[in-house]
Design a protein around this ligand. Sequence first.
Ligand SMILES: CC(C)(COP(=O)(O)OP(=O)(O)OC[C@H]1O[C@@H](n2cnc3c(N)ncnc32)[C@H](O)[C@@H]1OP(=O)(O)O)[C@@H](O)C(=O)NCCC(=O)NCCS
Length: 150
Amino acid sequence: MEEDIEGVMVIDRLSFSDPWCYNFYKSSLKDIFLIIEKGGEICGYLVACVCHDLKKAVVIRVAVHPDHRGEGFGRSLMRRCLEIIVARDIEVVELDVELVSRAAIRLYEKFGFKIENIIVFPSDYPGDEETFYVMRLRLPKPNDSISQVN
Ligand SMILES: CC(C)(COP(=O)(O)OP(=O)(O)OC[C@H]1O[C@@H](n2cnc3c(N)ncnc32)[C@H](O)[C@@H]1OP(=O)(O)O)[C@@H](O)C(=O)NCCC(=O)NCCS
């Protein structure tokens, strides 16, 4: 998986104004680190971490190559991530998303994430920090049963 980091970093640089360095990705290999490929090319990735003590997971980074957006890769990555998290008996997933990232907010809402909090940086805050939503999803237990009633 370490050999995938360079490909992930290409997408990272195209997607974020604060790209992660190599070592940041390397240390993420012990967390949930998913990539999605098409024809041998990395098209997207997702990084999440799990805090078992708090029964909570945080999606830290998700991006799809600009040439492959709108093809369902983001949805597939998020679906797989949530499957892994549910199987680990985690109850809550959180993430931060910039208010301007409309596509990401729609994606998260489709999976049932709800806005929990808004983080607004004061206008005199140094740097170019954006306003963020904190979004949260409460997950079913792995052995909760769902049955069809009709
Ligand atoms: C957010 C992102 C990962 C979505 O990936 P994607 O592969 O393009 O998304 P999908 O094709 O799987 O679409 C899934 C859903 O996301 C939403 N969505 C995707 N692109 C959208 C757009 N341009 N506008 C509005 N909603 C959009 C839709 O709800 C879509 O479901 P639908 O097709 O049933 O309407 C991608 O746009 C991206 O990499 N953005 C830049 C990085 C980023 O903002 N990451 C999130 C940081 S928190």
